[in-house]
Ligand binder design. Structure first.
Ligand SMILES: NC(=O)c1ccc[n+]([C@@H]2O[C@H](COP(=O)([O-])OP(=O)(O)OC[C@H]3O[C@@H](n4cnc5c(N)ncnc54)[C@H](OP(=O)(O)O)[C@@H]3O)[C@@H](O)[C@H]2O)c1
Length: 309
């Protein structure tokens, strides 16, 4: 099957993606700032995400590279954190491009993570890949991130961008935080609850990465979201139901911001509205294992639901 390189593959999405790729018969090499290692069939090569080094050999002859690198946005957006959020993304794109340009056998495909933050806080407007770029800090980050990727001149490598929505998995990401709050009976809507959440089950996201990698005719940006974005109030209602918790009152927006600040993060992450659909994946023939939120949540919390039932 060949080797897939996953840059930033030690995190929430990357760990599951690496496991899935191994189960499909690929060899996986992860680029990480941690010490080099081999765990099972996964090779961890050390890089700094900024400069080309010995690690670059893993790209030569690889079938694909997936880049998930980036400082988590789940932090207080201080000037220093903002700088690192942007630099870690743009630098990793640039240095991977430099390394690929020196390969004798460059990867066939380069799949780059981006986010639906690209569109900016957009109310109830439906956003497919043709929607224009928006404003605000996250939109600017995504636009510069994608801009760096678009500028790479890699004639032998197809380039795909996944604008990822809120990824649902049990072991991390935003859902783990929302589930913890819900178990503490703090699982009410955030603000007026009318903001849209565009989510995707982590397994479907990983299948999208594989789909984009294996279909050599695909290029450009794809929204990586389930077909049904849902309001925050409805999302929290469904989460409470799956976790067998009673109704909880909504948390007014100023309290969401204060709570987020106390938790070391940003209230905007819970209050902004993104109503995205993935026209391009659907047109390309991708089918979802978890198109509905209820099924996605039941899959993730099924044991708990049954135990509590
Ligand atoms: N999770 C989501 O819901 C979601 C939604 C939209 C977009 N995304 C994007 O998808 C990508 C992966 O998300 P994730 O949830 O898997 O993130 P994650 O768990 O934070 O993993 C990102 C990886 O990037 C590396 N990294 C962090 N800071 C870095 C820095 N300053 N310089 C170089 N490398 C750095 C880390 O690897 P090492 O420490 O091993 O070097 C880390 O494991 C990110 O770019 C994220 O913005 C995620």
């Amino acid at each position: 099957m060949g080797r897939v390189v996953v840059a930033g593959g030690s995190g929430f999405i990357g760990q599951a993606l690496a496991r899935m790729l191994v189960s499909r018969g690929y060899d996986v090499a992860v680029l990480t700032r941690r010490l080099p290692a081999v765990e099972g069939v996964i090779e961890f090569a050390q890089w700094n995400g900024r400069t080309v080094g010995d690690w670059a050999h893993v790209l030569d002859g690889a079938v694909a590279i997936v880049n998930l690198t980036g400082k988590s946005v789940n932090c207080r957006h201080t000037p220093e954190n903002r700088r690192e959020i942007l630099a870690s993304r743009v630098d990793s794109v640039r240095v991977l491009g430099e390394a690929i340009a020196h390969c004798t056998r460059p990867p066939n495909a380069f799949i780059q993570a981006s986010g639906i933050g690209f569109y900016g806080d957009s109310g109830d407007r439906i956003l497919d890949e043709k929607a224009p770029a928006g404003g605000g800090f996250m939109a600017k980050v995504c636009q510069e991130w994608e801009g760096a990727f678009e500028r790479l001149e890699l004639p032998a490598t197809s380039k795909v961008i996944l604008r990822i929505g809120m990824v649902l998995g049990r072991s991390g990401g935003a859902l783990a935080v929302l589930a913890r709050l819900t178990r503490l009976r703090l699982g009410g809507a955030a603000g007026d609850g009318r903001q849209f959440m565009s989510w995707i089950h982590r397994n479907d996201l990983n299948r999208m990465f594989a789909f984009a990698m294996e279909r050599h005719d695909l290029t450009g940006p794809f929204n990586a979201v389930a077909p049904e974005p849902i309001t925050n109030a409805e999302f929290m209602r469904q989460l409470r139901r799956v976790l067998h918790r009673p109704w909880s009152p909504p948390t007014p927006a100023p309290l969401v911001r204060l709570g987020a600040w106390l938790m070391g993060t940003e209230g905007d992450l819970a209050l902004q509205s993104y109503r995205c659909i993935s026209s391009r994946f659907v047109e390309a023939g991708f089918t979802f294992d978890y198109p509905q939120l209820t099924d996605a949540l039941r899959n993730l919390y099924g044991m708990e639901s049954r135990a509590a039932a």
